[in-house]
Design a protein around this ligand. Structure first.
Ligand SMILES: Nc1ncnc2c1ncn2[C@@H]1O[C@H](COP(=O)(O)OP(=O)(O)OP(=O)(O)O)[C@@H](O)[C@H]1O
Ligand SMILES: [Mg+2]
Length: 334
C-alpha cells in the first residue's frame, strides 16, 4: 500500500479550493478551502453527511459543474503538476475519460439513454486509445468481461433502460476503466446496489489499483466501505475538511469531534452491533454558516474560542481542524 506525498508528489492535489454558487439568496460559499491529495496508486475515501460538498469537490476536478452559476473563488486543482483550473477547456475535455474518469451514483445521469451500450463504450476507446474497427469491439468486450458482465457481446446493441441497475453500474465502471485512466473518481458508486454486487464492484476498484496502478478518489457514506478499500480517508463537514489520515488511524482513533460523532452513529465496525447514536443538531445551511468552526453549534467540546477558524493540528499521521484537538484524545471505537 502506498502512502501519499511521502516519496512522490501527489497525482492529484486539491489546494484550498473555494467554490461558490449564485443563488436567489445571493452568493453562497459551498467549499470553504478544501485540500485533498491523492497519491499514485492510492485509494482515498471522502466521507461526510449529505450536503457537505463531496460531489461538488468531485465535479470541480472533472470540470463538470454548471458554468453559469458556479464560481471558483480561490485555490487550485493540480493533476500531475498542471492546474486544471487554468487549463484551456479543450485540454480539460481531452483529459476526461483519458486521464481522469468518473463513476456516478446514478448511471442514468451519465449514460446516454438513446445510444446503444456498445457505441457508448466504443466512443472513448476510439477517441482516447486511437483504436479502430474490430480492435475497438475487442477492447470493449474485454473490459465488459472484466467488470463481470456475462455474455457481454449480447448487450452491445442494448439501450441503458434495457439493463438492470447493477448492470448499468457495471457498464459505467467499464466505460471509466476502458481507457485505463490514471485517476478514477467514484461518487457513491455502490449505494443503490445490493450487497453482493457492491462487493464485486469494490473488488474491481481494488483490482484496477493493483493491476494498473489506478489512483481512486472514492466518495461514500459508508465507513465500512472506507475500512475495506481506502488507504486514507478525508472527513468533510459543511464545505471544509475536518480530519484526514490513514484509514486505520482515523477509524480506530478519530480525533475531530465530528468524526467521533460519525463513528458513534454507525453500527460498530468490529462487531456489527447496532449502537446508533445520532449527532445532535443538523448541518448548517450554506447561507447561514456559523462563524469560526462550523461544527461548533453541534459540538459538546465547543467554547467561545471556537468562534475563530480552527487551525489544522497535526497529531501523529492525522490532520485535525479543531481548536480542541490536542485536548481530546483519540477515542477508540470499540
Ligand atoms: N448547482 C448547484 N447550485 C447551488 N448549490 C448547489 C449546487 N450543487 C450543489 N449545491 C449545494 O452545495 C452543497 C454541497 O453539495 P454536494 O452535492 O457536493 O453534497 P454531497 O456531500 O455530495 O451530499 P450527498 O451525500 O447528499 O451526495 C449543498 O448544500 C448543495 O445544496
Ligand atoms: Mg453527493
Amino acid at each position: 500500500m502506498s502512502v501519499a506525498g511521502e516519496t512522490s508528489p501527489p497525482m492529484l492535489a486539491i489546494r484550498d479550493l473555494q467554490l461558490g454558487f449564485r443563488s436567489h439568496r445571493g452568493d453562497v460559499q459551498a467549499l470553504a478551502g478544501v485540500s485533498i491529495e491523492v497519491g499514485e496508486r492510492e485509494i482515498v475515501g471522502i466521507v461526510g453527511e449529505s450536503g457537505c460538498g463531496k460531489s461538488i469537490t468531485a465535479l470541480s476536478v472533472m470540470g463538470l459543474l454548471p458554468e453559469g452559476t458556479t464560481r471558483v473563488m480561490g485555490g487550485s486543482i493540480e493533476f500531475r503538476g498542471d492546474d486544471l483550473l487554468t487549463l484551456p477547456p479543450r485540454e480539460r475535455r481531452q483529459m476526461r475519460g483519458r486521464d481522469i474518469a468518473m463513476v456516478f451514483q446514478e448511471p442514468m445521469t451519465s449514460l446516454n439513454p438513446i445510444m446503444p451500450i456498445g457505441d457508448q463504450i466504443a466512443e472513448p476507446i476510439r477517441l482516447h486509445l486511437g483504436l479502430k474497427g474490430a480492435a475497438v469491439t475487442e477492447h470493449a468486450l474485454d473490459v465488459l468481461d472484466k467488470v463481470g458482465i456475462p455474455r457481454s457481446r449480447n448487450i452491445l446493441p442494448d439501450y441503458p433502460h434495457q439493463l438492470s441497475g447493477g448492470m448499468r453500474q457495471r457498464v459505467m465502471i467499464a466505460i471509466a476503466l476502458a481507457c485505463n485512466p490514471s485517476l478514477i473518481i467514484a461518487d457513491e458508486p455502490t449505494t443503490a446496489l445490493d450487497v453482493t454486487i457492491q462487493g464485486q464492484i469494490l473488488d474491481l476498484m481494488v483490482e484496477a489499483r493493483d493491476t494498473f496502478g489506478t489512483s481512486i478518489l472514492f466518495i461514500t457514506h459508508d465507513l465500512g466501505v472506507v475500512a475495506e478499500i481506502c488507504d486514507r480517508v478525508v472527513v468533510m463537514y459543511a464545505g471544509k475538511v475536518v480530519e484526514t489520515g490513514r484509514t486505520d488511524e482515523v477509524l480506530s482513533s478519530p480525533r475531530h469531534p465530528y468524526t467521533q460523532g460519525l463513528m458513534r452513529s454507525l453500527p460498530s465496525l468490529d462487531t456489527r452491533q447496532e449502537r446508533l447514536e445520532t449527532i445532535p443538531g443538523s448541518v448548517p445551511a450554506l447561507f447561514d454558516m456559523p462563524r469560526g468552526c462550523r461544527f461548533r453549534p453541534r459540538c459538546s467540546y465547543a467554547d467561545d474560542g471556537c468562534r475563530r477558524d480552527p487551525p489544522v493540528e497535526v497529531i501523529g499521521g492525522q490532520k485535525v481542524k479543531c481548536w480542541k484537538a490536542r485536548q481530546i484524545s483519540g477515542v477508540h471505537h470499540a
